[in-house]
Design a protein around this ligand. Sequence first.
Ligand code: 5GP
Length: 193
Amino acid sequence: MNFLEERIMHDGVVKEGNILKVDSFLNHQLDVELFDQMGAEWKKRFEGIEVNKILTIEASGIGIACIVAKHFGVPVVFAKKTQSVNLDGEMYTAEVESFTHKNKNQVIVSKKFLNENDKILIIDDFLANGCALQGLISIINQSGASVSGIGIAIEKGFQTGGQIIRNMGYKLESLAIVESMDPTTGTVEFRGQ
Ligand code: 5GP
């Protein structure tokens, strides 16, 4: 078991509706030392692959992406979920259905921050059905940039996203892949990597 799987076993809580709660270390209270370990691990897994920018999506992806960016020495761009007066100029947009909130959001990135020369590493906290990732990939495609790889903290392997994204040919590195989980017993099983 790797460091993230151990942490999930220790502090993760399995909820009804295929939800794994990890808010004590990943997406509400944030364990920055853990993020640092995750950054080092992705740096190893994407060794030799050119990356000049990290793209993530607000809100949970931002903290992780910022610590990971220190390992790659690159800036972070995050896709916004709401229009605001601060978003001016031309923008790339994509529609994303939220797994946790069950609604549809437009995700938005200013054209100023992505272009055809960019080699992007996408970072996010969870992969479930893959809608968030497909939205980010769509934005990257619109900009003409290329996807160098995708780093996910926790993939729920029993949902469809991982297979869809791997079938599209992307290098997807999930640090923990949950094979099954049971809300009545609280057990979590991981896919061997
Ligand atoms: P997808 O778009 O792949 O269906 O879902 C990905 C997004 O939904 C993630 O960015 C994450 O915010 C949220 N999400 C999906 N599954 C879970 C889960 O089991 N627990 C938590 N905390 N968030 C999840």
